[in-house]
Design a protein around this ligand. Sequence first.
Ligand code: HEM
Length: 237
Amino acid sequence: MALEISKILAPVADPVEEVHGFRYWDGRSILGFVDGTENPEQYERAFYGLIGEADPAYKGGSYLFVQKYIHDLKAFKALPLDQQEKVFGRYRESDVEMPDGVKPANSHSALANVGDDLKVIRDNMPFGNMSTNEMGTYFIAYASTFDTVNKMLKNMFVGSPAGNYDRLLDFSTAETGSLFFVPTLEMLDAMSQGSFEINTVSKDVTEGNKDNKDSNHQIISDPIQELSSLGIGSLKS
Ligand code: HEM
């Protein structure tokens, strides 16, 4: 399949890297903790993962954000189990979230959770290469709006409050960061027939619609520029 896709993309793209991810025991990340537990389920997946009514021209598409993280597995595994659990704010064996008051403010689950109505669909893949000793997580998330991902990244990297950054980053280095628009099949058909018109999106930030389930799309002014200023992965300018 990779060969077939490469053939189609060959005239417009050069492959620069190939990383093989795998599914690990119980859907755990290579750090040993179950990854994906708090993902939205059932009808909520489409609500949080696909562009909604607020942007009809792109409805049904999705914003896909991927980042390649390399883990310092040796340093993480050297931590006693209770310290590893504090990195995530969850217990490793049971995958149960730590209660308030026990969960550290700099844990991954404390900082990545930016609100009950602001979610993304995560589909991370662990990867490992024994010959290069590269062990990591390919962070993969689909969202109805990039604004939500941006908020999560700011919380993790800048911290909340600023300086209280995500402890997971002490063991994880973001090497890349790319934002893609994923079109629907209908959009792809229209593009192949040359009939898809890309509307110039306004710089409208439709804040205040977070409680409105019919209007789940927000446009942020310049997401890549904002991320570059966070110095995340290859987005560093
Ligand atoms: C360094 C790579 C990463 C690893 C290994 C990782 C792993 C995990 C794990 C094990 C959990 C707890 C279980 C779960 O709910 O899935 C979790 C939660 C979560 N992660 Fe990550 N993650 C990574 C990066 C990120 C990034 C970059 C974001 C956002 C841009 C993110 C967003 C989230 C969110 C939203 C949750 C759920 C928080 C909650 O509501 O409790 N993660 N992650």
